[in-house]
Ligand binder design. Structure first.
Ligand code: FAD
Length: 466
């Protein structure tokens, strides 16, 4: 029995550690340094490609909870992060060199882990006793990406991420927005028809609509075209731009381009005036709890500080609090809800797992968390034990559930947020108290899941080493 892992990034490194910690031999393939990527700079495993921050570290925020759950599940990434921690207030930030060096050494020193420095160009053969985890990240090499397309289908593997901003529902001024679907009916998505996943007006259901007068539209347009954009790495921009343009790029093409694109008002009658507004921004509910709304078709590269300033010019969003800003970056990822189960197994081929950014999550911590669960489950499969995911009341379980059950037509990789976790029935008043209560429940439920798994694995007869 053995586990093969392709990609020694955050997810692959964590998966290797988890599987080997359960007594399963692991072969970990990493293509660097023989074949570099556009953003990695070293040959170390788990290299942080950009910021050195793992974000918040308190239990009143969701990524803080996710980290605590990972610690309790014996995460190597979390242990290395603690060992290389640098002062960063309430956040967990690390000395990046020390962090990846700690991980590289720990994996190299593990007697059950072999590290092979080569590019894997096709998905390796897998079986129940020898499962495979693909954790090749946002910059998966082209040859392997082609083979993944052959497995999942070209419409279920994306190469760019164009993420629209998300606002907290309670910060939207409801006196200025109105609820309606265009033409009073749902329009099925362009994604369903084989179009780009980030098309506007797709999906059914209600929208909150922010109406703009001509003056408001022109003021917003002027602010948009003069706002400062973040630089993106020199990726193959053509493929991105054909799919879904950032709003500021559309705005620069002409004064009316947005009014015929994501801000088109046709079919949206403002009940207060009885007329279509000059322009409109649509907000779509983004999570089950209904406390997050995304701005439809508003993918953007504008710097985050500037985004807040410009987007608050939209009527109804003057006081908006942003849960996530818009972004554009190279990202190879599968359409999780179509391809994956919540154990991170490929539905149609359960001996194959996807983990990390490739599996449709967003962020260092989330990538490592999916690798952690994929590693636990691949080891379980190899040793003849049942596979499972923690409940949706935990952050790690909610992330797995989101990636495998969100609406496939609008799928976007997500950071962990309390909004994707199962809500509390009798939530305390106040955001911080509510979040702390969610965390307390999560940690209790995680422990129950761990206890249940160890009871199950004791009932499974021991598997002899292959
Ligand atoms: C430019 C950029 C900046 C980002 N900045 C941040 C940030 O600041 N904060 C944040 O939280 N998230 C950030 N992310 C998102 C994401 O969290 C990171 O990309 C994270 O590293 C993903 O972890 P991973 O393990 O999935 O992939 P990676 O860490 O990229 O690991 C994948 C590994 O697989 C290897 N590989 C690829 N193809 C093959 C192959 N065919 N054979 C063998 N090996 C292969 C690669 O060399 C790499 O080492 C960023 C992403 C990008 C692209």
């Amino acid at each position: 029995m053995s586990v093969t892992i392709v990609g020694g990034g955050l997810a692959g490194s964590e998966a290797a550690w988890q599987a080997a910690s359960r007594g399963v031999a692991v072969t970990l393939h990493e293509m660097r340094p023989a074949r570099p990527t556009a953003v990695h700079k070293t040959d170390r495993l788990a290299e942080l490609v950009c910021s050195n921050s793992f974000r918040g570290d308190k239990l009143d925020n969701a990524v803080g909870l996710l980290k605590e759950e990972m610690r309790r599940l014996g995460s190597l990434v979390m242990r290395a992060a603690e060992d290389s921690r640098v002062p960063a207030g309430a956040a967990l930030a690390v000395d990046r060199e020390r962090f990846s060096e700690t991980i590289t050494r720990a994996l190299a020193a593990h007697p059950l882990i072999s590290i092979v420095r080569d590019e894997v160009v096709s998905i390796p053969a897998s079986s129940e006793r020898s499962p495979v985890i693909i954790a090749t990240g946002p910059l998966t090499s082209d040859a392997l990406a082609s083979d993944i397309v052959a497995l999942v289908g070209s419409s279920h593997l994306y190469f760019y991420d164009a993420i629209s901003p998300i606002v907290l529902a309670e910060t939207i001024d409801r006196s200025k927005v109105f609820r309606a679907s265009r033409w009073g009916r749902s329009l099925r998505g362009a994604a369903d028809a084989g179009g780009p996943a980030c098309a506007v007006d797709d999906g059914e259901g209600d929208y909150l609509n922010c109406p703009l007068t001509r003056d408001e539209y022109e003021r917003f347009h002027d602010a948009l075209v003069t706002a400062e954009s973040a630089t993106i790495h020199d990726f193959d921009k053509e493929r991105f731009f054909e799919g879904c343009l950032p709003i500021e790029v559309m705005a620069r093409r002409g004064g009316d381009t947005l009014r015929f694109g994501p801000m088109k008002p046709v079919g949206l009658v403002d009940p207060r005036t009885g007329r279509e507004p000059y322009a409109a921004v649509q907000l779509r509910q983004d999570n089950l709890a209904g406390d997050h709304f995304s701005l439809v078709g508003f993918q953007t590269q504008i710097k985050w500080g500037e985004q807040a300033r410009v987007l608050r010019l939209i009527p109804g969003l003057e006081q908006a609090e942003f849960v996530r800003f818009g972004m554009v970056h190279r990202n190879t990822y599968v359409n999780g809800p179509t391809v994956l189960a919540e154990t991170w197994q490929v539905r149609r081929r359960p001996t194959l797992f996807f983990a990390g950014q490739m599996s449709g999550v967003e962020g260092y911590v989330e990538s490592a968390a999916s690798g952690l669960l994929a590693g636990i489950n691949a080891a379980a499969l190899a040793t003849g034990c049942p596979v499972s995911a923690p409940p949706r009341t935990t952050a790690i379980g909610a992330l797995a559930y989101y990636a495998s059950h969100a609406d496939p037509a609008h799928y976007e990789p997500s950071n962990i947020t309390f909004g994707i976790m199962q809500p509390l029935h009798n939530a305390p008043r106040g955001k911080r108290q509510r979040n702390l209560a969610l965390s307390e429940r999560a940690l209790g439920d995680l422990q129950a899941w761990v206890d249940g798994r160890s009871a199950q694995s004791q009932r499974v007869p021991a598997v002899s080493q292959a």
